[in-house]
Write a protein of this length. Structure first.
Length: 372
């Protein structure tokens, strides 16, 4: 609210949503980060170059929202500041968004969607509207603001799923309505959604988000860069790192590239280690090497970081990180791909059991009451 002083004829800006007020009120829904609170930078998240380019354009537009919004309104093209990020956990969805928020100095609230979901009838819908309405008010007063829904599938599951209860279906409708309203009103509020279970999202959720960015497990050449980046951090912590680790990484990369180039020449098309097991099958036929790149197949950047932290704890006593110590630490934490695969199998098993139980109950109801 702006107030003109009669005595000095000066414009005084009264801010309702101060940093403390935002942290207090939005903190009920998740973690609030102002630019100075954010540790990650865009450069810290290796790879994802295409996604970085798209997000860079997006954040520039968000920052200059007031400059172009009236122009678009005149053409009846209200801007839709919505981004859906999907892919395995630990692949940089949240970190990269926070990095861009820091770069462009825009506050962000990472909403923990489990705080929105309630067993009380109608309460989930109220919570969704509260967090969006409050964010919109903040954006109207202070300018660009980011609302990031982590695990958005919790409130955006496919409505046709027979296992979803009515409350969740109503929550999906409510979420779609608030997104439409924000877009229609032209508020500088960017809404991000992130999920590890994109196949569970309602089709209408997909349509409401303008940008769809897929995050994948890093390929072996990128894993090498990630590993080396963490090893350099270990060095910066004044812990010695054996050169054999770097030597083995370079050797393994060279051999993988040779096999990949040979296979692509024979097949006449590009191949990926994630398409099938062809690359690693050929590698294992030709070489007997317990390499870090093979070990970290299906690892996310976060997995490699966790393995590095385990290795550091072990290396503190000796003040030296050896190849075997690093290898065994990474092996100990394991890769996300294994856990995701197990979760998918478990989830499918549970769904099969539920379907079986529902069919059984339906048959019982059709057969009429049983005699006691």
């Amino acid at each position: 609210m702006r107030k003109i002083s009669n005595s000095k004829k000066e414009i005084e800006l009264k801010i309702t949503y101060t940093d403390d007020v935002i942290k207090d009120r939005m903190g009920k829904f998740g973690a609030v980060y102002f630019p100075n609170d954010i540790k990650e930078t865009v450069e810290d998240i290796l790879g994802n170059e295409v996604k970085k380019e798209i997000l860079d354009d997006f954040f520039i537009a968000l920052k200059k929202y007031d400059d172009f919004t009236e122009q678009l309104k005149g053409a009846k093209l209200n801007p839709s500041l919505t981004v859906l990020l999907f892919g395995p956990p630990g692949t940089g969805k949240t970190s990269l968004t926070r990095g861009f928020a820091k770069k462009y100095e825009i506050p962000i609230c990472v909403v923990e969607t489990d705080r929105l979901v309630s067993p009380l009838l109608g309460d989930t819908i109220k919570q969704i509207r509260r967090v969006v309405d409050l964010s919109a008010e903040i954006a109207k007063e202070r300018g660009a603001f980011i609302l990031f829904f982590d695990e958005i599938d919790a409130i955006g599951s496919e409505r046709s799923n027979i296992h979803e209860v009515g409350e969740i279906k109503r929550a999906v409708i409510s979420f779609l309505q608030v997104i439409d309203r924000i877009n229609y009103e032209g508020v500088p509020l960017a809404i991000f959604g992130a999920t590890n279970h994109q196949h569970q999202l309602d089709s209408a959720i997909w349509r409401r988000f303008t940008f769809h960015l897929s995050f994948e497990f890093p390929a072996y050449n990128l894993r090498k860069k990630i590993i080396e980046a963490f090893l350099n951090k270990v060095k910066n912590a004044k812990i010695g790192v054996d050169n054999s680790i770097f030597d083995n990484l370079n050797e393994e990369l060279q051999k993988l590239n040779e096999i990949k180039n040979s296979l692509e020449k024979k097949l006449g098309h590009k191949i990926s280690e994630f398409d099938n097991s062809l690359l690693w099958d050929e590698f294992n036929k030709k070489y007997k090497l317990d390499g870090l790149l093979q070990l970290t197949y299906g690892f996310s950047g976060s997995d490699i970081e966790r393995g590095t932290r385990v290795a550091i704890l072990k290396a503190i006593n000796t003040e030296r990180l050896t190849y075997d110590l690093f290898y065994n630490s990474l092996k100990l934490v394991g890769g996300t791909a294994i856990h995701v695969e197990r979760q998918d199998i478990l989830s499918n098993t549970r769904q099969s059991i539920r379907k079986s139980n529902m069919l059984s109950n339906d048959k019982k109801s059709l057969s009429g009451p049983r005699e006691l």
